[in-house]
Every structure is written in C-alpha cells, then in structure tokens.
Design a protein around this ligand. Structure first.
Ligand code: F6R
Length: 605
C-alpha cells in the first residue's frame, strides 16, 4: 500500500517524480524517496522519513536526471525509518521501489545472506533488489533477470527498477498490486495510479497480473511471465489534470464532501437509460437471483449494511453482509443462485479481492463489483460491474465514494425488484427519491455552520457514542468511523436497542451521544432509547429529518437535517456526520486528509 512513480524522458524527470509522488501520497505517507540516473553515470538515491515535502526539502535543488523511480511508503514490514524507506539499492547499481508484500521474504533473505548480500533494512522489499542484482551479476539480460526475480516472489507486488548500467531504461512488473504505463510523446512513465501521471499524459496502458514491462524514452515493451510479448490497450484517462487539486477548499475531505451532489447525479445518469435501470445488468441474471452476499471493508462494508435493508425489504431477497477480512477465511454455505457483490472504492483492497477470488470455488451464481476506479483489479475480477462515478477520491476518509455506493446500491435494488416482478410503484418511488438526491444533498450540505458549532463541543471530548436504529444503524457506524479516523476521538456505534445490554454503563454527563434519526417506523423506539441516555445525563445530539417533531423532545439537541424522510434518507443522513468528523478533525489540528497510520487503499492483508 504505497505509491510508485517512474519516468524515462529526454527532459529532467525529477519534478515529474515529485509531482507524481504528491499525487500518490494518499496511498501512504510515512516516508518517501527516489533514485535516478543523472549524467554522471552514478546511481543517485535518497529517502526521508515523513511526507513528500520532507523529501523535497532534503533534495539538492540541482539534482537532474532523465531516468528515475520514486516511492511514497505506508509501512508494512519495518517501521517508518530512513533505512526502511524505498528505493532499496543493491551493490550501488540496482534500485527498486515496491508496492505489496513479499510473503516468502524471510527464506529469500537467508538465501541471499548466505550468498554474501548484506541487508540494510527490515523490509520485505530488499530481497527483490538483491535477487535482481544477483541475476544481473550472473550475466542475465535485464528483462530475463526481472523474470527470474519475479519467479522467486510469493505475495503481491508492483515493482519499478533502474540499473546503473542501463541508463534510459526502467523495468516494471506487477502481480496483485496495480501498475499503469503512461504513454507520452518520446517519454514513458510508470505509476501505481493514473492520477500520478495525468499532468504529463492522458494515455494509459493498464498492466495485468503477471506482466513484465520495460520502458525507455522511445518504447514500451510488455511481456507475459514467459517473456512472450503482449499487447495492452492504450486508454485515454478521463481524469482531469487538476483532479488532485483542492480548488478553493482547505482539505480534500472538505472538497469531496461538497462534491457529493454532483457525484450522485453523475452516478445516477450513468445507470439510467430511459426506463431502463442498470442497463448493463442482464435481466435474466437478476431474475435468477435468490440470495445476495455482500463483501467489503470499512466504509464500503457500511454501504453494504445499508443495502441489506433496501434489498430485503423491497426486492424480497435475503442478504448477508460481511467484512471481507473475515469472510475470506470462512467456509460459508452458499444457497443456490446467490449473487456475490463486492463493494470497493479503490478496487484494490486485498481482503476484498481475496474474498472475491473464492467465488468460483464456492459456487456463486455470478459476481457483481461496485467500484469507483476503472480498470482496477476488482473490476477485472468481477463478472459484472456497476461503477460509482465519484471521481478521484483523495482524502483518506471516504465520503463521496460512500454516497455514490449507496446510490448504485439503491439503483441495483430497483433493478432487482423490477426484474423479479416486484411492486412497480415501489420501483417508481425508488427512482423518484433518487432523482431528488442531488438537490436534497445540496440543501443538507448548506447546514454546515450548525455542525461546526457542535464540533466545538465534541472536539473537547475523549469519547463519543453513536446510536442508530434500523437503516440508521449503519449510518451511525459510518459516522463513528469517520470521527475516529479523522479526529482520533474514540467513537463507538451501537444499535440503539442494544444500549441497555451494556453500553449504557458508559453514559454520564461527559459523554456525547450522536444519533442519526429519521421519522420512520422505528422513531418511537429510538426515542425511548434516547430517554434512557437522557436519564443518565448523557448529552444527546440528534440529527433528525424534517418529520421528527422537535417540540416533542425537550432537552435534546436536535439538529434538523433539511430533508423529508424518504428511501434515500441514509444518503442524506451521513452528510452532517461527515462534516462533524471533518470539523472536529480540523479543530483538533489532525491531518484530516492523511490521518496517522492509515492509507487510502489497503492493498495488503
Ligand atoms: C474509511 C475508509 C476505509 C475504506 C476501506 C475499504 O473512511 O476509507 O474504511 O472504506 O479501506 O476501501 P475500499 O472501498 O477501497 O475497498
């Protein structure tokens, strides 16, 4: 879970590497480094603990080179130190950057040590560079040496390497971790993500698992694992060059919260064609679906939990939802004709991909991916895909990905209900409510002043409790996740009815209790649970839609979410909770876009 960028050009590529690293920083940000081949014929490398800015501050301003590789790290093996930062170098002639995990690194390390190699880091990556060096020293051609190296590796990797004796050449390989080639005019690039390269080229070639690649200024050569040349399509990236730009906002998270109305509208348009809902999905497949299993992690898992309420109550199909990290090691019983849905913003999450990888063996009817990144591993692995159109999400805390996932999941519910001959009025209502979502989201987002005032109070507390009932329960979970990741305040979410079974013991007059509430059938039950909190002195903050009678609940801080109750309430209910987390984070001075210890895509187990 790191970011890689590499370049071969006529011009000086150091600014390109640095800009690429800045764009990839969301993938990891505990250390950064680069290696290049300047005109003096030496291999120059440098790494610093901290962010890309720390690397830039330490670099010699005059450093210039036409070929180089760079890396921003999220530590897995070995703590974030300079010695563990990439690039790793062998014999002063080979440098490697790596994203992924090499599972058999310990046995390889022993073998290489026995061969005389000295290890300077605690990383798994260092075995790669020594293996490559050993193969080159044995006289193998660069590509053959890379192939021999990759053959020895177990685990996941995207690699870029340069060699002192091969100026103007970068080698790359991928298995399980993403790597894209940027095709320029007389210059070529590699990166973990197209977003790193859009300022220099829009033409991208997405490599596949097992691909080995060699780039020079003039050529890109892709080979399969047995060194047979293969062709990979060049696609034009739709990402604008300013995609990684905060615009008028202070943080990406703030920008992305505000982008939600547009992102929801774009997602809706992508999956509605006249009266056809999700036209890319085969009706006959939907008709056959008798059960749905959903796997995902983190925020995407919460989207799956919301979808369970929709799919079961409207399409009448039983749904189970599970975090992929648990599911992947279980032997689940799969009813006949079960559809497996994998939800992932990045399409790279290792646990979700591994869980998905079992679908054939387990005998699912088909797999459906809900994903925000085109060409990601998840989109390639699934039989069917419904893309969310959130645009690039840079803030590590997921916001617009969540609401667009919910949008797609409600559309999917409508398509499934329709295909199974369900209530046409209900399908109509789903579409009607979804049609209002962008405008209503805009109105809800206009309430941020009110949320800011509450954030001042929450920022002083060490803990917070989130409660929800029914479909608001996963929204409470998502609100708690947002608060803990961006403000570092300990937050827990409970189903409100569970309060008296334990968590009520936590409640006293210092504990803020935050509650998304809708005027739905469970409101009366929720209100009784809130009385239990109030009776113990807990400070209640209830984010209630317009249907909740405020006068009926004295001594409760009611924050009106300016929208009526409807099928899309969960999409609207999360917005003030995202804001709340954001403002608390800002007040506490945390790095809201890049919270400590986290990274945007979790490509390792
Ligand atoms: C939380 C967050 C994470 C991700 C999780 C899954 O704000 O962003 O919990 O939701 O790591 O990531 P994806 O959706 O990329 O599979």
């Amino acid at each position: 879970m790191c970011g890689i960028v590499a370049a071969c050009a006529e011009r000086n590529i150091i600014p390109i590497l640095i800009d690429g690293l800045r764009r990839l920083e969301y993938r990891g940000y505990d250390s950064a480094g680069l290696a290049c081949l300047p005109a003096d014929g030496q291999l120059h490398h440098q790494a610093e603990v901290g962010k890309v800015a720390d690397l830039v501050a330490a670099l010699d301003e005059k450093l210039a080179a036409p070929t180089g590789i760079a890396h921003t790290r999220w530590a897995t093996h070995g703590s974030p130190t300079r010695a563990n930062a990439h690039p790793h170098v062998s014999s002063d002639r080979v440098a490697v950057v790596h994203n992924g995990i090499i599972e058999n690194f310990e046995s390889l390390r022993e073998e290489l040590q026995a061969d005389g190699y000295t290890f300077r880091s605690e990383t798994d990556t260092e075995v790669i560079v020594h293996l490559l060096d050993r193969a080159l020293a044995a006289g193998q051609e660069p590509l053959e040496a890379l192939r021999a190296t990759c053959k020895r590796l177990e685990g996941a990797y995207a690699i870029a390497a340069i060699m002192r004796d091969q100026p103007g050449r970068v080698l790359g390989a991928r298995l399980g971790s993403p790597l894209v080639v940027g095709v320029g005019v007389g210059e070529h690039f590699l990166a973990s993500d197209a977003a790193a390269l859009v300022p220099v080229t829009q033409q991208m070639m997405f490599l596949e698992d097992g691909d080995l690649v060699e780039i020079t200024r003039k050529q890109v050569k892709v080979h399969s694992q047995d060194l047979t040349p293969v062709q990979r399509k060049v696609r034009i990236s739709s990402l604008p060059a300013d995609a990684v730009d905060k615009g008028p906002y202070r943080h990406f998270m703030e920008k992305e919260i505000h982008e939600q109305p547009e992102a929801i509208a774009t997602t809706l348009n992508a999956h509605l064609e006249g009266t056809r809902i999700c036209p890319s999905l085969d009706r006959s497949l939907l008709k056959r679906v008798r059960a749905v299993h959903i796997i995902a992690c983190g925020t995407s898992f919460h989207a799956g939990l919301v979808a369970r309420y929709w799919i079961e109550s409207m399409a009448g199909v039983p749904v189970s939802v599970e975090v992929a990290s648990e599911y992947r090691y279980r032997r689940p019983a799969i009813p006949d004709d079960t559809l497996l849905i994998a939800i992932s913003q990045s399409g790279e999450t290792a646990d979700t991909l591994a869980a998905l990888g079992r679908s054939e063996e387990l005998g699912y009817l088909a797999t459906l991916g809900i994903c925000n990144v085109p060409e990601s591993a998840l989109t390639r692995q699934c039989d069917h895909v419904l893309m969310t159109r959130a645009g690039l999400e840079v803030g590590v805390a997921s916001t617009k990905a969540f609401t667009t996932q919910l949008t797609v999941l409600l559309l999917f519910t409508a398509a499934l209900t329709k295909a199974r001959g369900g209530d046409a009025r209900l399908v109509h209502k789903m579409l009607e409510d979804l049609g209002h979502a962008p405008q209503q989201a805009r109105e809800v987002l206009a309430m941020d002043d009110r949320v800011q005032a509450i954030a001042e109070e929450i920022a002083e507390k060490p803990h917070a409790l989130f409660l929800g009932r029914g479909i608001e329960y996963p929204i409470a979970m998502e609100g708690a996740l947002k608060l803990k990741e961006v403000s570092y305040i300990h937050a827990e979410a409970y189903a409100a009815g569970e309060l008296k079974h334990g968590p009520l013991a936590l409640v006293d007059d210092t504990l803020p209790v935050i509650v998304p509430a809708s005027s739905n059938a469970l409101l009366a039950k929720l209100v009784s649970n809130l009385q239990e909190v109030r009776a113990r002195g807990g400070r209640l903050y209830v984010f209630a839609d317009r249907g909740v009678d405020m006068a009926a609940h004295p001594r409760v801080e009611i924050i009106e979410v300016p929208a009526p109750h409807s099928l899309i309430s969960p999409i609207l209910q999360i917005l003030p909770l995202q804001f709340l987390a954001y403002y608390v984070g800002v007040l506490k001075g945390t790095d809201v876009d890049q919270p400590r210890n986290l990274a945007k895509s979790v490509t390792v187990e």
